[in-house]
Design a protein around this ligand. Structure first.
Ligand code: RB5
Length: 147
C-alpha cells in the first residue's frame, strides 16, 4: 500500500518520525510535505495531498500541521476527499470503519509522537464496514455535487 504524507512547517519533525514508522511497517510512503522549518502555508499541502489521494497516486494519506485542522480543511475542499482529524485511537479506528476516511490528520502541537503512531496504526488496521455507512458516505459526496 502506498501512503501519502503532507505537512507544514509546524510538523516537520513529526512528519519525519511518522514516515520512518510507516516505512518500518513496510508501507511505501510518498512525501508531499515541506522538510523546511521556514514558515509556509498549510493549504498548499492539504490540496496537494488531497489531489494525490483522489487521483489514485496514493491509497490514503496522513496530514500533519500544528493542530491537524487547517491542513485537513484544505484537503476536504478537494472533491472526493474525506479527511478526519483524530487525537485518539478510537476516533482513528471509527473514521475508517464508519466514514471510510481517505486521509487522517493530527497536530504536532496537540498529540505526542507515540500517540500519533498509535493513531496511524489504528486507522490503517481498521476496515470500512460499508452497508449503512456507505449510504452516508455517498450522501456526503452528493453534497459536493450540489455545491
Ligand atoms: C501554523 O502556525 C499553524 O497555524 C498551522 O500549522 C495549523 O495549526 C493550522 O491549522
Amino acid at each position: 500500500m502506498k501512503i501519502g504524507i503532507g505537512n507544514d512547517h509546524a510538523a516537520v519533525e513529526m512528519k519525519k518520525e511518522i514516515m520512518a514508522y510507516l516505512e518500518s511497517m513496510g508501507y511505501e510512503v510518498v512525501n508531499y510535505g515541506t522538510d523546511e522549518n521556514a514558515s509556509c502555508n498549510y493549504p498548499e499541502y492539504g490540496e496537494k495531498v488531497g489531489r494525490a489521494v483522489v487521483d489514485g497516486d496514493v491509497d490514503c494519506a496522513v496530514l500533519i500541521c500544528g493542530t491537524g485542522v487547517g491542513i485537513s480543511i484544505a484537503a476536504n475542499k478537494v472533491k472526493g476527499v474525506r479527511a478526519a482529524v483524530c487525537s485518539d485511537t478510537a476516533t482513528a479506528r471509527l473514521v475508517k470503519q464508519h466514514n471510510n476516511a481517505n486521509i487522517i490528520a493530527f497536530g504536532q502541537r496537540i498529540v505526542g509522537i507515540e500517540l500519533a503512531k498509535d493513531i496511524v496504526k489504528a486507522y490503517l488496521e481498521a476496515e470500512f464496514e460499508g452497508g449503512r455507512h456507505q449510504t452516508r458516505v455517498d450522501m456526503i459526496h452528493e453534497i459536493e455535487n450540489r455545491a
